[in-house]
Design a protein around this ligand. Sequence first.
Ligand SMILES: CCC/C=C/C(=O)SCCNC(=O)CCNC(=O)[C@H](O)C(C)(C)COP(=O)([O-])OP(=O)([O-])OC[C@H]1O[C@@H](n2cnc3c(N)ncnc32)[C@H](O)[C@@H]1OP(=O)([O-])[O-]
Length: 393
Amino acid sequence: MAAVIKLLSPWRFDRFARASKAALVSCVQLHRSAAVMGASVEEFNTAKEKLGNLKKDPGNEVKLKIYALFKQATQGPCNTPKPSMLDFVNKAKWDAWKSLGSVSQEEARQQYVDLISSLVGTEAPAVSAQPTGSTKGFQTLLVSTEDNITTIRLNRPEKKNAITVEMYNELIEALDLAGKDDSVITVITGSGDYYCSGNDLNNFTKIPEGGVEKMAKESGELLRRYVKAYIDFPKPLIGVINGPAVGVSVTVLGLFDVVYATEKATFHTPFSQLGQSPEGCSSYIFPKIMGAAKASEMLLFNKKLTAAQACEVGLVTEVFPESSFQSEVWTRLKAYAKLPKNSLALSKQLIRAVEKEKLHAVNDAEVERLVERWLSDECMQAIMSFFQAKSKL
Ligand SMILES: CCC/C=C/C(=O)SCCNC(=O)CCNC(=O)[C@H](O)C(C)(C)COP(=O)([O-])OP(=O)([O-])OC[C@H]1O[C@@H](n2cnc3c(N)ncnc32)[C@H](O)[C@@H]1OP(=O)([O-])[O-]
């Protein structure tokens, strides 16, 4: 580990940034005739320059992410042989690159730009009393505002963006800030090959002094606030589902205004498998949008839907081919974000107002049931099985 820290020290990092520039030149040459959507090569280039001007060392974990995104953006998925266990530095870099899986070069470029702008944003002096996504630093999210769009990117790709207690709290805060900033629309998406693997099951292993009852009560309160943040969100909220989605990351999609998915996304709510029960207002919204039987297949019998099936039942608005997903979706979102801000927000609020009270009541009831479930033998047994299976790998 000491070796990793040494290699990625600020001095070495500068060298890495300079080496990256050479690689970038070839990338620009390669792509100079291509029509570039999403983050352009120029934006990528600018982000790379901004990286060299960072005053604060962003830490090894972030540097590894920057490295991985750069490699993915310029060379594509990692196909090089795995370095030996004793080659700590190259192994750490290889692991970071490999964890991006099959993320496209275009998406990696977008994530690289978002990551650098979020790092620059946290260093920039506040220019306005009004909070904006781009001036807030988070540990588990990348939040940036550009072209009238605030993007909240779940950013634990090595854990498939599983939602820790910290991430729940940060998402609540990020949504609160996005609701108040100058952006016209807000987007939630994921880093890496998954959109999100749902609740981080390690949340259940951190038992406070008051015991499991206290843990269940606190988790319930957190979940209630988390779902409330979606119910009350005041402007259009768009899901850009870049890969598989599990559990609570699927259920809250019913509270989004529009959901765009890549064809490789899947939608899975394995609640009964985990001895749990539905949340995110899905016990009300899913039967409403897809009919009781289709909702039961998902919420009771753990049926995993493909993106096309999720679109057929109305959970997903539109499915895109993986190869053009990022460019098509972001082109469309940039056009949406040019529409009049207040008209969009007020129209969304009218649509939501009809059901708001009902949704809060459903949220309360679902949380109450889940708090009981978390204390049940069925649930504890299921969580133990997950960790037992993991330890056998
Ligand atoms: C609170 C409200 C109620 C919420 C309900 C829900 O959301 S219910 C839904 C709850 N969610 C679930 O039941 C999903 C549980 N997870 C899974 O079933 C699988 O991980 C997978 C199918 C998501 C991906 O399989 P794959 O073979 O492609 O990848 P991989 O397995 O190698 O994963 C890479 C690393 O990430 C780790 N990690 C990933 N997800 C979680 C998680 N949720 N938790 C903890 N850790 C998680 C994984 O352990 C591994 O860590 P390691 O070993 O490197 O230290």
